[in-house]
Ligand binder design. Structure first.
Ligand code: SF4
Length: 336
């Protein structure tokens, strides 16, 4: 019933002749190319079927227009940086996690790739003239999962090489690690790997690599000297939570040396009111999304406070058996 993934590529006139756009298009030799004026003409159309698009997304190649860099969200950990920002070289994700806030954030499940990264680099350089920068480059997407197509992670690493005041976070669930094998490790590039129990991966993180594959990749890049942060975020309250997360932690720390990690982040499930409403409408059968969450004073849906405290507290205690406590960070739904 559906065409194949990336059977069509929509190309903005402003960037269709750039070297990066051509390089990406060359990865899909059979795709039909369609010229467009602005990515929003396709991405923001009314009455799109998000769920069907998710099964066979199309690619949109576009130019990122200002703002190129945004202040970091209060729903994310700033790691005490006064200059916390994020930027998106892509919108939407190759993976399909049931609990992902993108399901309620965008009008379309098609992937947008912005190819004018040089302009984003220039904007970062302007910020660096006045202060250090903590920058997350893999929010609203999983940049590493699409690296074989874009090469953007490699470009970001090269950009960091002579900019010690720039601290970069690359968040991922991917197992693809080529950019970290071909360059020497950098202290100012943190790879933040999201991990979940295998049960959660199989049932709620469609398309993502299994836990064993992720752990194998993490182990390899740690051996090479790259800083790695483990993100157990979001923690999901599922049947047999206790046993499933205990077995998960045992497996993680059987494979990884906890004291060698840069940090471990443990985050409660949280999603803004508007995103949850739209995601629930799109996915009426999702047990995860239809849990009776409570709305907190920040307009964020989360587990009831007693439950959130229990699951985060229990997990932090168990992680502390393997990781020095000063490296463990809890991010609750009410963390400012
Ligand atoms: S990997 Fe992250 S961005 Fe991608 S679908 Fe899963 S939660 Fe969303």
């Amino acid at each position: 019933m559906l065409t194949k993934r990336f059977s069509h590529i929509y190309l903005e006139d402003d960037v269709r002749n750039t070297e990066t756009a051509r390089r990406i298009c060359a990865k899909f030799p059979g795709a039909q190319q369609i010229r467009i004026r602005h990515y929003k003409d396709v991405f923001c159309r009314k009455r799109q079927d998000f769920c069907l698009q998710k099964l066979a997304p199309k690619l949109i190649i576009a130019k990122k227009r200002p703002p190129l860099v945004y202040p970091g969200s209060t729903n994310c950990d700033s790691f005490e940086s006064n200059h916390f920002y994020y930027t998106s070289s892509m919108m939407n994700c190759l993976y399909d996690c049931e609990y992902c806030y993108l399901k309620g954030m965008y009008p379309s499940a098609n992937l947008v790739v912005f190819v004018n990264h040089e302009e984003i680099f220039e904007e970062i350089d302007r910020k660096l003239e006045s202060h250090p920068v903590y920058l997350c480059v893999s929010y609203d997407t999983d940049l590493l999962s699409f690296e074989a197509i874009t090469g953007f992670v490699d470009l970001w690493i090269a950009f960091c090489e002579d900019r010690p005041d720039l601290l970069l976070e690359i968040r991922t669930k991917a197992a693809f690690i080529r950019p970290f094998l071909t360059r020497p490790p950098l202290e100012n590039v943190i790879i933040a790997w999201s991990l979940s129990p295998e049960y959660v991966i199989r049932n709620h993180e469609r398309g993502t690599p299994g836990l064993a594959a992720r752990l194998k990749s993490i182990k390899r890049v740690m051996e090479l000297g790259w800083p790695v942060r483990i993100c157990i975020d979001p923690v999901l309250f599922i049947d047999n939570w206790d046993r499933i997360y205990q077995e998960f932690l045992d497996e993680v720390f059987l494979n990884l040396a906890g004291d060698q990690l840069a940090s471990v982040s443990i985050g409660a499930f949280r999603i803004s009111k508007g995103y949850l409403k739209r995601a629930r409408r799109r996915y009426p059968c999702s047990r995860i999304l239809h849990y009776p969450f409570e709305l907190n004073r920040n307009g964020v849906y989360c587990y009831p406070p007693f439950l959130e405290d229990k699951i985060l507290g229990d997990l932090a205690q168990r992680v502390a058996r393997f990781v020095p406590t000063e490296k463990i960070r809890l991010f609750t739904s009410s963390t400012p």
